[in-house]
Design a protein around this ligand. Structure first.
Ligand SMILES: [Zn+2]
Ligand SMILES: [Zn+2]
Length: 399
């Protein structure tokens, strides 16, 4: 178990690393400079390090001094295509890119956890897999790392996995929240192409008009939510884009819809997908148009194992004090590719408040906003929390 004073000697180094990462954000699956900074920051630690093949990930295994299972800690490393307006001294030096989701803190925090855990390596009853992951923001980097073997990097399947995510809003600095069960939504993207028969606007009876079909689809889709989804297990269906036609007197040949779908349980996820596909095909039939549906399931629901969530809450309370840990009252509508990890091994996803003191958490700019500010002190906060989760979980396994 670790507490804040343990991280003090590391604080300057970790915050410098955080600032260096923040100044030079990289996007997606290919983060060569970020990877180099992480490797440099881990140098000298007794780690078995491998780099990703299909992405610039870093997997580091720390062998404990006592026998036991392996647990996994994850830190995502990618930034966002956002022009920074945070006003911090260490702001992004690359136009149009920003660490607007705080992944620079996750990366530096995981480096901090590596140092803390390595310092007590002999006490650890098992191994720790450190998962430095690119491509969280839509590219599914976690899935690629799983395919490349991160869950078995220690030689056996990890028995538990944890991730910490910082929040620029809602949670005051240092507050930790998690919950059993659903933590984050699933997100899907649906692209729909409707094709009829183009013609003259004066003679619709000689054409097959896709426009009324598209309009009927938009309204019918809302009925999928209100008529097939349990009101206590909600879903969101938003048609964010509708396009057809070029002039008033031309019936277009085709048109498109783009839809985002959020759901909070596997059952509703299945039901909403089936309902959307059925509704789109039915409306297309009624209008005599053809419909092509490209339904992409982006990230599944992020589900915390109840036992692991309970363990994480206990561990967090022991590390930072009872009054700084709370049970999240409901899931968040964001989504996460750590869900792919939690689909395969039990674990927990925790949020850590990073709102700078003096800013009202209720109105602070949220993650992904150009004005989002994440306080430096969250770096050691994340390091202590991650290291504590790994050490305590191995200790419980040994007990
Ligand atoms: Zn994000
Ligand atoms: Zn994020």
């Amino acid at each position: 178990m670790f507490s804040s004073p343990d991280a003090l000697p590391l604080a300057d180094r970790l915050i410098s690393l955080r600032h260096a990462l923040h100044r030079e954000p990289e996007l997606g699956l290919d983060l060569p400079r970020t990877q180099a900074k992480v490797l440099a920051a881990l140098e000298g630690l007794p780690l078995e390090i491998t780099r990703g093949r299909g992405l610039s990930s870093v997997t580091a295994v720390l062998r404990g001094g006592r026998p036991g299972p392996a647990v996994l800690l994850r830190g995502d490393m990618d930034a966002l295509p956002v022009q920074e307006e945070s006003g911090v001294a260490y702001a992004s030096e690359i136009a149009g890119r920003m660490h607007a989701c705080g992944h620079d803190i996750h990366t530096a925090g995981l480096v901090g956890a590596a140092h803390l855990l390595a310092g007590r390596r002999e006490e650890l009853a098992g191994d720790v897999v450190l998962m430095f992951q690119p491509g969280e923001e839509g590219q599914g980097g976690a899935k690629i790392m799983i395919d490349e073997g991160v869950l078995d990097a220690a030689g056996s399947r990890v028995v538990a996995a944890y991730a910490v995510h910082v929040a620029a809003t809602a949670l005051p600095l240092g507050l930790i929240a998690t919950r059993a069960g659903t933590m984050l939504a699933a997100s899907d993207t649906v692209t729909v192409t409707v094709t009829g028969q183009g013609g003259h606007g004066s003679s619709p009876h000689l054409a097959v008009d896709p426009v009324p079909a598209l309009c009927a689809m938009v309204t019918a889709l809302q009925t999928v939510v209100t008529r097939t989804v349990d009101a206590f297990d909600p879903a969101v269906v938003t048609v964010g884009s509708i396009h057809a036609g070029s002039a008033a007197n031309i019936i277009p040949e085709s048109g498109t819809l783009e839809i985002t779908v959020r759901s909070f349980s596997a059952a509703t996820h299945r039901a909403i997908r089936a309902g959307i596909e059925r509704t789109l095909r039915g409306v297309a039939d009624a209008h005599g148009v053809r419909v092509e549906i490209y339904y992409r399931e982006d990230y599944p629901v992020t589900v915390n194992d109840p036992g692991e969530a309970d363990f994480a809450l206990r561990t967090a309370r022991a590390a930072v004090g009872e009054q700084r840990v709370l049970v999240a009252p409901r899931p968040l509508a964001a989504s996460e590719d750590f869900s792919f990890v939690l689909d395969r091994v039990p674990g927990a996803y925790l949020t850590l408040g990073a709102v700078p003191p003096g800013t009202d958490p209720a109105t602070a700019p949220m993650n992904h906003a150009p004005q989002a500010v994440f306080d430096d002190r969250a770096v050691t906060g994340a390091a202590v929390l991650l290291a504590s989760l790994a050490a305590a979980r191995l200790q419980e396994g040994a007990a």
